[in-house]
Design a protein around this ligand. Sequence first.
Ligand code: ADP
Length: 397
Amino acid sequence: MKVLVINCGSSSLKYKLFNMEDESVLANGLVERIKLEGSVLKHEPLGKEKVEISTEIPDHEVAIKMMLDALTHPDYGVIKDLNEISAVGHRIVHGGEKFTGSVKITDEVIKSLEECIELAPLHNPPNILGIEAVKKQIPGVPMVGVFDTAFHQTIPQKAFMYGLPYEYYKNKGLRRYGFHGTSHQYVSQRAAEILKKPIKELKIVTCHLGNGVSLTAVKGGKSVDTTLGFGTVSGVIMGTRCGDVDPVLITYLMEKENLNYEQINDILHKKSGLLGISGVSSDMRDIEEAAEKGNKRAQLALEMFEYMVIKYIGAYAAAMNGLDAVVFTAGIGENAIQLRKNVCEGLKFLGIEIDDEKNNARGKEIDISKQNSKVRVLVIPTNEELMIARETKALVY
Ligand code: ADP
């Protein structure tokens, strides 16, 4: 059984074709700059040379067609016929309160997704375009939607509510939704496998530290709290996003600097975080390098990042009344050795002790804690696409 996983953004499309017999990747690729000048498809077939095709890609339908043509191409394709694709799994950003797990996509589901557009105006529309385009190109192939928000639907009300008038929750759906759910779910399940313990018995904090950052408290396999909220800026500072700020600062800035909605939104999402504090870059590698050379603002950005990760791990240990494991994942979590060490040193009071030699690893699955550490500390590369492929297989068969 072959499952195609698609992640459709506003100007990009990422795809991976899995052979689910052994979960191997037959091909993966990326279409960039859809609707823009300089569009390109980059296709990496298993065991064959990579190809890059630059041509005009005016919309998502053309992008999907190019991807399917690449997958079936006589030279660089990996399947003979589109019939070999048994199912398609779509990553969908927002499922609101309606979707608490993955779903088989029907016309009714598409309608419900359209109702969620208000909650994710930038992300859900391209996700829907991707679904419609696949439906047109390979009609009849079963499709499954896997939501970034679904894993967090188990968060109890006391943790997902904001202290705003209740009507805003009831009538407008203003609440914490959380994101990166597929990643948190994947690494928490993997952690249980590595630790050889039933996930039902574990209290884990999963730290997804990439360009976007979120930490999740996973108790008994279920998300019970997470740092991203209604939108994608809260919690720890990120590449360009501000993390937690006193909401009064926003109204204050709007008034004093005479900023409109677009301008304040731009500051919170694109000009803050590591970039805004350091003035150097949004990329953690650049921040580490500048900090090393003595750049004070880069050092501050790094310290703020580490401090907030420590603070939330502590908070979530309290929220779960215990902690068995901490998992680091995504670009920073999987690679930033010194940052992991600093975070763990700040959590010694919880009985966390890591082995510096084991911690000296990048991008691989490893338990970096000392034998006698009360809490296990794991590095687990995330694999959202595989998780989507598994969910798709499970719902289709
Ligand atoms: P996205 O959220 O876009 O998927 P990633 O998970 O790829 O992002 O993470 C990107 C982040 O990971 C960047 O800040 C990058 O600097 C950081 N990163 C990647 N490799 C390293 C490394 N070797 N050391 C420190 N940070 C790294």
